[in-house]
Write a protein that binds this ligand. Structure first.
Ligand code: TYD
Length: 232
């Protein structure tokens, strides 16, 4: 039996090709080997409707998608994900690891598409009823390195990935700024470091969080509304 007591919500963020999925898988494995229940999920996606929205917004071939439409599709996917998957798992006391969450929208749609970070944040706080991660692991990747990594395999780049390097530079800067504004809630690591070393540092960070974590904070309880204008 584990001594798991309350849900813990951890988001992995970073540019394309940062290695988030690899690190989320490593962390899940380490925590599960201790008997903890871990739910791994991703955005856009994570629910049947979210997976449909994922293909709508990422696949080429739907023609031009206007920036606000794009932001709303990501937010709609996230609303379903928060309500149907993340919040219930936290209430069951599980550890939720998500590959991307609100910061991705703030960075890609807010900074990358130029919709404004505050507007995109407010939209997403409303969409999720204020559900925020306890910790965000930011894997910081240089745009050129990210592009090299994701084009190394056979998979074609999706609609967002295939944007120019300056788009990815704005995204990188926005992620770093989010982390600078709330350093206590972020673990920022250089994505180009060796996988094993990164996995170790992430596990250490999560261990300190687990040690300090004795309850589910109010903002993740059902029906909680975000405070006006508050940052995530
Ligand atoms: P991701 O699933 O990380 O890519 P993959 O698994 O195919 O490597 O993310 C898909 C793309 O969607 C990525 O380019 C980032 C983008 N994205 C946004 O623009 N806004 C968002 O809110 C999210 C969640 C993702």
């Amino acid at each position: 039996m584990s001594n798991q007591r309350a849900g813990l919500f951890i988001a992995f963020e970073g540019g394309d090709g940062a290695g988030k999925s690899t690190q989320a898988a490593r962390l899940a494995e380490a925590l599960e080997s201790r008997g903890l229940t871990v739910l791994r999920t991703r955005e856009p996606g994570g629910t049947p409707i979210g997976e449909k929205l994922r293909s709508l917004v990422l696949d080429h071939g739907h023609g031009h998608i206007d920036a606000r439409t794009e932001a709303l599709i990501f937010a709609a996917s996230r609303a379903a994900h928060a309500a149907q998957v993340i919040r219930p798992a936290l209430e069951r006391g599980e550890i939720v690891l998500t590959d991307r969450y609100i910061d991705s929208s703030v960075a890609y749609q807010g900074a990358g598409r130029g919709l404004g970070e505050d507007a995109v944040r407010s939209l997403n706080e409303w969409a999720t009823s204020g559900l925020k991660p306890h910790l965000t692991v930011l894997l910081d990747v240089e745009p050129a390195v990210g592009r090299r990594r994701r084009t190394a395999g056979d998979a074609p780049e999706d609609r967002l990935e295939s944007e120019a390097d300056d788009f990815h530079t704005r995204i990188r800067d926005a992620f770093l700024e989010l982390a600078r504004s709330r350093p206590e809630s972020y673990l920022v690591l250089p994505a180009h470091h060796p996988v094993d070393g990164l996995a170790e540092r992430i596990l250490e960070g999560v261990d300190s969080l687990l040690a300090a974590h004795h309850g589910v904070p109010a903002e993740i309880l059902p029906g909680h509304e975000p405070s006006a204008g508050g940052r995530p």
